[in-house]
Design a protein around this ligand. Structure first.
Ligand code: FHN
Length: 680
C-alpha cells in the first residue's frame, strides 16, 4: 500500500512540475487529433444574464455583458441568483440535439465574466447551488455527454466582475472599492475552481479561456495556468486565450507570444485560414452570445452550412453558439437550425470530419476539403452553385482520376474527362442539395494543383540588391521567371531557390513540368530606392525621451498642442511611466542608430492607437481605437542616426505598445536599447 501511495505521489509531483509547453510535435498531434477530426462543436453561453434576456430599463440590446454594459451595481445583479430556476433544463435533450446536428464537442460557460458559476463550487457561494434550481448543471451535462459520446468542454473566463480580488474594477464602479484586493489571491481562486472543474466532472476535452485582455493578466500567469490545467488533465486542449498574445478578434497569436493549442477567430473566418496553426472560429447564430429575446437576426441554415464548409476548407473548426433561455431551453430558432444542419451532416458529414484544408486557392462554385487515402487523395467538392450545363469544371488539377460520385448517391459513378489542366465532371441536372451538394473526386497520388509559386515580397524595396525567395510545394516542377512582367516561357530562366535583383523589376514566375507550364503566373514588383540621409548629432546618450499626457481620446491627439503631465528618459519604449490606467498617451522621441544603408520595415503592435515617424515621414500608421493590432511600414535609411518619434494613446481595456524593426539583412526583432539614443 505504501509503495502505491509513494508512486501516486510521484506521479502528482511529476505532473505538477512538468512544463507541458515543451511537448514534442508527435505528442501534441496525438493529443489534439480528436479535436482536429471533430471540426464542429457547440458553444453554449448560459448564466444569470439569461434572466433579463437582453433587456434593462429602456434598452433591449444587451447580452452576457449586461452587468457592465448596463452598469448594474453588484448588489442589484446578485438578485438574479434568487431568480435563476431553469426548470425546463434537460441535459440529455441538449446533448442529443448537438449530437444529432453532427457536433462532436460542447463548450459551455462554467463561468463567464460576471463571475457566476454554473457548477457546485466549494470556492464560492456565487454559484448555481445558491439558486432555487440548486442542481449542478455541469455535472448533469457532463454525465449526458459521456452517455452520448460527446466531448465535454469548459469555457472559463479569466476576467471576473464579481470576485473581490479581481482587478481592475469596472471604471464606472466608483463605489466598489478595490481596497485589499489581491490579484494573486484571485489567481489562486481561479486555479482552485479549475481544479474542481477538472477533477469532479470526468474527462474534459477543451479548456476555452476568455477575458484575458486586461492588463492584470500576463504571459507568466498564462503559462502557469496552462501547465496547471494540463497537470490535472494532461490530454486536455487549451485555446490561445490562456496567454496574453492574441490578435484581438482575428484570433491569431502574435509572433513570439504564447498561443496555447489553437487560435480563436471570433465572429469571422480568416480569408486563408491561419496557415500552420490549429484554429477554430466561434460564432453566434444571431447577434448575441447570451440569450437576447429581442434578437431575431438569425443566420440562415444555408449561411451556417456554407460557413461550416468554408471553415473546414481552410483547415479550421467551427464552434457555433446557442444562448439558452432562463427556463433552460434552446430558442426554437436554434433548435430548428440544429435539426436542419443535422440532416445535411447525416449525408455529408464525412466531407467535414477528419478533413484537411483545400489544395485549391479558389473555386468559383464552392469549396473543397480533402483526405489522404494512403498514397492517394480524396477530394470533397462542396458545390454551392450547381452548374446549369451539367458540367462541373475542376480547374488546374493534374492528377489522374480514379473515380467520382455524389456523397448522397455513392453507388452512381459520375463520368469524368480531362480538358487541358481541368477535370470536367458530368453531374445530374438537379443539385441533390440546394445549399451544398458534395461530390467525391478520388485521384491518384498527392494532389497536384496548378497553384503558382510564391514570391516572398514582404520587403519589396531595396537599395543596392535584394535576394527574392521564390518557392513552390509542387513536385517534379521547375520555376521559370522573367523580370519585365512578361509571362515566363520554356526559354525563361530557372529559379534555384531565390533570385537576386540589382534594379527595379516586375518579377513573374510560373511552374513548368517536362517543358510544359503547369501553373498560373504570379507577379510582384520590386523597387530600387535611395536611402534617406542620416543626421549629424552630438552629445548623445543611450535611451529615449518620453512625454506623458492624460486625456480621453478616440484617436491620437496633436500632442504638440498639449502640456505633458510628466517627462523623462527611458531605455526603451515602455508604458511603465503611465499613472492613469485608462486614459493616457505618450510621445517618445530620440534617434535610432541605423547600422547600414538598407530598406527597413518598422512595426508597431499597439492597443490602442500609435504612429511611428522617421524624421517628418509617417512610416507606421496604427492609429485608432482597437485591441492589439500590428501595422507595418517601409523606409530606406542610410547608415547613421535618424530621428524617430512614436505617438501612442490608450483609452480603456487592454493596453500594449511594442516596436519592431526588420531589414533584408536583419531578422524582425524588437528595437533594442542599443539602437536608441537621445540628445542630452
Ligand atoms: O467578452 C466575451 C464575449 O462575451 C463572448 O464570450 C465571446 C465568445 O468568445 N468572447 C468574448 C468577446 O471576445
Amino acid at each position: 500500500m505504501k509503495k502505491v501511495l509513494f508512486f501516486l505521489l510521484f506521479i502528482v509531483i511529476t505532473l505538477h512540475a512538468q512544463d507541458f509547453t515543451k511537448e514534442t510535435k508527435q505528442q501534441r498531434d496525438t493529443r489534439i487529433k480528436w479535436w482536429r477530426d471533430a471540426r464542429f462543436g457547440l458553444f453554449i453561453h448560459w448564466g444569470l444574464y439569461a434572466i433579463p434576456a437582453g433587456e434593462w430599463k429602456d434598452k433591449t440590446d444587451y447580452g452576457e455583458w449586461i452587468r457592465t454594459s448596463a452598469q448594474i451595481p453588484l448588489e442589484e445583479y446578485d438578485k438574479f441568483v434568487n431568480q435563476f430556476n431553469p426548470v425546463k433544463f434537460n441535459a440529455e435533450d441538449w446533448v442529443k440535439m448537438a449530437k444529432d446536428a453532427g457536433m462532436k464537442y460542447i463548450v459551455i460557460t462554467s463561468k463567464h465574466h460576471d463571475g457566476f458559476n454554473l457548477f457546485d463550487s466549494k470556492e464560492t457561494n456565487f454559484d448555481v447551488m445558491s439558486t432555487p434550481f440548486h442542481r449542478d448543471i455541469l455535472k448533469e451535462l457532463s454525465d449526458a455527454c459521456r452517455k452520448y459520446g460527446m466531448k465535454m468542454c469548459w469555457y472559463h473566463s479569466i476576467m471576473d466582475w464579481h470576485h473581490p480580488d479581481y482587478l481592475p474594477r469596472r471604471e464606472w464602479e466608483k463605489t466598489r472599492s478595490s481596497e485589499g484586493a489581491d490579484y494573486n489571491r484571485y489567481f489562486q481562486y481561479l486555479k482552485a475552481e479549475l481544479k474542481e472543474l477538472l477533477t469532479n466532472y470526468g474527462e474534459i476535452g477543451v479548456l476555452w479561456f476568455d477575458g484575458e485582455w486586461e492588463n492584470t493578466w500576463n504571459t507568466k500567469y498564462g503559462i502557469e495556468l496552462y501547465n496547471y490545467v494540463r497537470s490535472l488533465q494532461p490530454n486536455i486542449i487549451i485555446n490561445n486565450r490562456v496567454g496574453a498574445g492574441r490578435n484581438d478578434m482575428e484570433g491569431s497569436t502574435k509572433e513570439g507570444e504564447f498561443g496555447g493549442d489553437f487560435g480563436t477567430p471570433e465572429q469571422q473566418i480568416p480569408a486563408t485560414g491561419l496557415p500552420g496553426v490549429d484554429w477554430e472560429t466561434c460564432m453566434t447564430m444571431n447577434d448575441h452570445w447570451g440569450y437576447n429575446k429581442n434578437d431575431k437576426n438569425w443566420k440562415s441554415t444555408k449561411e451556417i452550412l456554407q460557413m461550416l464548409a468554408d471553415i473546414a476548407s481552410k483547415g479550421g473548426n467551427y464552434l457555433l453558439n446557442i444562448g439558452p433561455t432562463s427556463e433552460g431551453v434552446f430558442p426554437q430558432e436554434s433548435i430548428d437550425r440544429l435539426k436542419a444542419i443535422g440532416e445535411w451532416m447525416k449525408v455529408n458529414g464525412e466531407s467535414i470530419y477528419g478533413t484537411q484544408a483545400s489544395p485549391f486557392l479558389k473555386l468559383d462554385w464552392g469549396r473543397c476539403t480533402k483526405k489522404s487515402l494512403g498514397k492517394n487523395t480524396r477530394l470533397y467538392l462542396h458545390v454551392f452553385n450547381w452548374p446549369n450545363d451539367g458540367k462541373l469544371i475542376v480547374p488546374g488539377i493534374f492528377n489522374k482520376v480514379k473515380k467520382s460520385y455524389l456523397l448522397s448517391n455513392p453507388k452512381k459513378k459520375l463520368l469524368t474527362e480531362r480538358k487541358e489542366d481541368a477535370v470536367v465532371i458530368s453531374v445530374p441536372a438537379q443539385a441533390p442539395d440546394i445549399i451544398n451538394s458534395v461530390i467525391v473526386l478520388d485521384v491518384t497520388g498527392k494532389e497536384d494543383i496548378n497553384n503558382p509559386p510564391v514570391i516572398d515580397n514582404s520587403l519589396d524595396q531595396f537599395i543596392d540588391k535584394i535576394n527574392v525567395p521564390i518557392k513552390t510545394d509542387r513536385k517534379n516542377v521547375v520555376i521559370r521567371y522573367t523580370l519585365d512582367g512578361s509571362t515566363p516561357t520554356i526559354k525563361s530562366q530557372i529559379v534555384k531557390s531565390s533570385i537576386q535583383l540589382t534594379d527595379c523589376a516586375l518579377v513573374s514566375a510560373r511552374c513548368f513540368r517536362n517543358g510544359v507550364p503547369v501553373s498560373g503566373t504570379v507577379q510582384a514588383t520590386f523597387t530600387k530606392v535611395f536611402p534617406i540621409k542620416s543626421e549629424k548629432v552630438e552629445n548623445l546618450s543611450n535611451g529615449i525621451k518620453y512625454f506623458y499626457y492624460e486625456g480621453n481620446w478616440d484617436s491620437l491627439p496633436d500632442f504638440s498642442s498639449l502640456t505633458p503631465k510628466k517627462e523623462g528618459t527611458l531605455s526603451n519604449y515602455s508604458l511603465s511611466q503611465k499613472v492613469e490606467n485608462e486614459y493616457f498617451g505618450f510621445e517618445f522621441v530620440g534617434y535610432i542608430k541605423i547600422p547600414e544603408d538598407e530598406v527597413y520595415a518598422f512595426y508597431t503592435d499597439s492597443d490602442d492607437g500609435s504612429k511611428l515617424f522617421i524624421g517628418d515621414q509617417l512610416v507606421v500608421d496604427n492609429n485608432g481605437l482597437h485591441g492589439v493590432v500590428q501595422k507595418k511600414g517601409l523606409i530606406p535609411l542610410a547608415t547613421g542616426y535618424h530621428p524617430i518619434r512614436i505617438s501612442y494613446f490608450n483609452k480603456t481595456g487592454g493596453l500594449e505598445l511594442k516596436v519592431f524593426i526588420e531589414s533584408n539583412s536583419m531578422k524582425k526583432q524588437l528595437i533594442t536599447d542599443e539602437m536608441l539614443f537621445y540628445v542630452k
